[in-house]
Design a protein around this ligand. Structure first.
Ligand code: 5GP
Ligand code: MG
Length: 181
């Protein structure tokens, strides 16, 4: 079982400060006074999204529906590009809504690309996406998230909702898994 590197990549303080910054940007990019439907990609989003909606509230954003979707990728070994399957869809109709998609990390981009494509076909009034982290070195599709917390190196990270084999999601900081050698 690989171990966690002792020194965090991003401290709890850095993450918290960034969420405040992101909430400011997001708040000013949606029409004032109109509710925003927030949709998270489980399971990695759960901590970031919880922090983000509370911060958006502090910035005056009215949160409409909160919903979740589960997408899984398969067939590509360590790479998730190619096949992305929607395992659980959202329960709300997003037509005409202002929608913010929330994910933990943009890696190959396959998941977000698939979900954006699907959601666009449902005709939301606005569709924007927000990720806490992005790893540009791994990006395989032509996609950009509208709001990005941190751009990180090509390392496997955990914490703030991200797991290694279902562990470490609860860490309040972003840590790096040591590479096997
Ligand atoms: P993508 O479709 O962009 O390749 O996949 C993104 C998903 O892969 C993320 O939502 C996350 O679940 C997983 N993932 C990608 N990179 C990492 C990483 O460094 N750490 C963890 N824990 N999960 C990752
Ligand atoms: Mg994920």
């Amino acid at each position: 079982m690989p171990e966690l590197e002792a020194h965090p990549l991003l401290s709890e303080q850095q993450v918290n400060d960034k969420i405040v910054e992101l909430a400011c940007e997001i708040a000013s990019s949606f029409p004032e006074g109109e509710p925003v439907t927030v949709i998270g990609l489980l399971r990695g989003c759960f901590i970031f999204m919880a922090d983000l909606v509370r911060e958006l509230h502090r910035k005056g954003v009215i949160i409409g529906e909160v919903d979740f979707l589960i997408a899984s990728s398969y067939g590509g070994g360590t790479s998730s590009s190619g096949n992305v399957k929607i395992e659980r869809d959202v329960k709300h109709d997003i037509a005409g809504k202002h929608v913010l998609l929330v994910d933990d990390i943009l890696d190959t981009g396959a998941t977000l690309q698939k979900v954006i494509e699907l959601f666009k076909s449902r005709n939301p009034a606005t569709l924007k996406s927000c990720v806490l982290l992005e790893k540009p070195a791994r990006l395989e599709v032509d996609i950009k998230s509208d709001f990005v917390g941190f751009t990180i190196p090509n390392k496997f990270v955990v914490g703030c909702g991200l797991d290694y084999d279902q562990r470490y999601r609860e860490l309040p900081y972003i840590g790096i898994m040591k590479e096997d050698d």
